[in-house]
Design a protein around this ligand. Sequence first.
Ligand code: ZN
Length: 244
Amino acid sequence: MNRRKFLLVAAVAPFVATAKAADEYRSNFVEVSGVANRGEVERECDAIIFRLMERYGTPQNWEKFPVVFTGGGRGYAGCTFYQKPRVLRVEVCQTYASARGGTLDHELTHAFFFYLLNDAFSLFFNEGVAQNSEYRQRDRLRQTVYRRASNGEFIPLERLVNRNSYDASLLIYHQGFSVVDFLIARGGSAWFYAFLERLTHGDEDVSGCLKRFYGYEKFSDFESDWWSYIDGGQNRAVVETLIK
Ligand SMILES: [Zn+2]
């Protein structure tokens, strides 16, 4: 009887200790508000940022910024505001449970890349890489890409990559997601970052950077390879990688 009681206490105690520590947790990167479980959410924000650092690199400068959960009804799921040289705030217009693995990761990716590149950059690749961070949505996004591509809704990439503004039918999100998905399949995350860095701070356009980093002589060669990726099932594992 006594032994059984002891086991029960032993089983429950670690859970209580973890929950307490999570409540007290404070992030070095962000300051969360608008949620009841602030410690838990700040811990998740740090996990997201550490995952991004592992993949893409470590920003030289970082100023802590607010992540505000505002609730719904704003007409968008989330938004990141920045004014060089700092991120002003991130708004998440969903509950934490809905935003985890989706909008929260998406918006923190915008903030992260702003610090990593020390600047705003190509909207097409910015949305594309943020969409790719939404790990709980990735399969659904690939299905949307396939459906829209099959329906003939996609437009030539050259009309999107240099547009630097949103389009009414949100193609920038879906074609952007798919192009970044494909580029990461070809060369990995760190190589994709090197491409982005050159595109943002170098003197070459998208075609020049695709040639330098991915070996495409012409933009149309890249575009047809990307279409093959969609037609072939968007399977990263079977993409021909640059490293043999
Ligand atoms: Zn976005």
